[in-house]
Design a protein around this ligand. Structure first.
Ligand SMILES: Cc1cc2nc3c(=O)[nH]c(=O)nc-3n(C[C@H](O)[C@H](O)[C@H](O)COP(=O)(O)O)c2cc1C
Length: 190
């Protein structure tokens, strides 16, 4: 059976056009995130959508919270803050806290929908959580885990040299035999 084209085609691209996105598209992306599974159907994801607008103080604060290596994301017409808190989801024995796991599933669902829509969706951990939380009136208990920059494909030639190089780099992954096992965890899958 073939691999899902959205999985194969998705990359964390940085050459994002600053062209605005339709509200209906943004709504579909958010809807996709809500379709992710979660422990006990707790749906612990909280997502803040901030559209690019230099006049908007929320956009400015969010943009300023990004680390300098993520300056390429300032072109993106949409920044999505993905946040959660451990008490919003199952907290089971042996350290099995599911909020971060389920937030990740929602983020991936959104990224696959973005791929389907012909958009780039690039997740980032490179931001200052304290700056972001203060500026965006986030509840103190929420942890902002990821900002996803979303937009249509742009011109890679406009990127600074570092991101431009990464833009064309081949995908790098561990072999399945390194991360999968068979029978027990001492036997690599083959
Ligand atoms: C949680 C998370 C945080 C990331 N943070 C950043 C970031 O701050 N800046 C960046 O340019 N890329 C970031 N990335 C993108 C990864 O570098 C990228 O997904 C990885 O190199 C694999 O490449 P691919 O997504 O194109 O397959 C992040 C990805 C994830 C999932």
């Amino acid at each position: 059976m073939d691999m899902l084209p959205e999985l194969l085609g998705r990359r964390a691209r940085r050459a994002i056009s600053n062209e605005a996105l339709d509200k209906a598209v943004i709504a579909r992306l958010l809807e996709a995130a809500t379709l992710a599974p979660s422990c006990f159907n707790n749906q612990p994801w909280r997502i803040l959508a901030v559209e690019r607008n230099q006049e908007n103080p929320h956009y400015q604060s969010l943009a300023e919270s990004l680390t300098p290596n993520n300056a390429w994301a300032l072109e993106a017409p949409l920044l999505l803050v993905f946040a959660t808190a451990l008490h919003l989801d199952c907290r089971l024995d042996a350290g099995r806290d599911y909020a971060y796991f389920d937030l990740g599933q929602a983020a991936m669902a959104l990224q696959l929908q973005a791929q389907r829509e012909g958009l780039y969706a690039h997740p980032m951990a490179g931001f200052s959580p304290s700056k972001l939380k203060n500026a965006l009136k986030m509840l103190p208990e929420l942890v902002p885990l990821c900002v996803i920059a979303v937009g249509k494909p742009g011109d890679p030639e406009k990127l600074a040299e570092g991101p431009r190089k990464s833009e064309f780099s081949p995908r790098s992954r561990k072999a399945v035999s390194e991360i999968a096992f068979s029978g027990d965890f001492s036997t690599p899958w083959a």
